[in-house]
Ligand binder design. Structure first.
Ligand SMILES: [Zn+2]
Length: 166
């Protein structure tokens, strides 16, 4: 049986997109805002789905077990949760991600995964955090909350050439 591929943000940036059924979560779609068009998702027939609470809890428990709970982002947890849901529906599923913590927790949950080439992505793209309140941008991992207005930060992917160092 052909697996359902669950794509993380990196897989989509690098367009490491396998043939067959492909899904991702709304949070990944949001992180890619501005980089990949809605049309790209439609053309590539990637379904954007939600993960359910029960599955999210299961992933959190597994992540605590492997010590990855602090390393996984909300998006990572929800991506794993979606993969877990699909598996529980009795389908074959494969996560496409290079993230070590995602792979680790996937292993724990008996979910299959395959990697992509992270080094290649780094040449062209990088992660930043964008404030949901004032929309200021910060280097990834620099802050957990906006130091200007105190709002939450969301992960975003941007092209290297668009970065203006301050
Ligand atoms: Zn702010």
């Amino acid at each position: 049986m052909e697996p359902v591929y669950v794509l993380d943000t990196s897989a989509l940036i690098f367009r490491s997109i396998p043939e067959g059924r492909k899904v991702t979560i709304t949070e990944v779609y949001d992180e890619l805002e501005g980089e990949l068009s809605k049309l790209f998702f439609e053309k590539s027939s990637i379904k954007v789905l939600y993960s359910d609470e029960e599955s999210i809890e299961k992933v959190r428990d597994a992540a605590k077990g492997t010590g990855d709970d602090m390393k996984l982002s909300e998006t990572d947890v929800k991506l794993l949760a979606l993969a877990n849901q699909i598996k529980e529906e009795g389908k074959d599923v494969k996560i496409v991600s290079d993230d070590y913590s995602i792979q680790n927790v996937a292993n724990k949950l008996n979910l299959e995964f395959e990697g992509i080439m992270q080094e290649e992505i780094g040449k062209e793209f990088r992660w930043i955090k964008k404030c949901v309140g004032c929309y200021r941008e910060f280097n990834s991992d620099e802050y957990d909350m906006c130091p200007i207005c105190g709002s939450g930060l969301q992960n975003r992917v941007i092209r290297q050439k668009d970065i203006i160092d301050d």
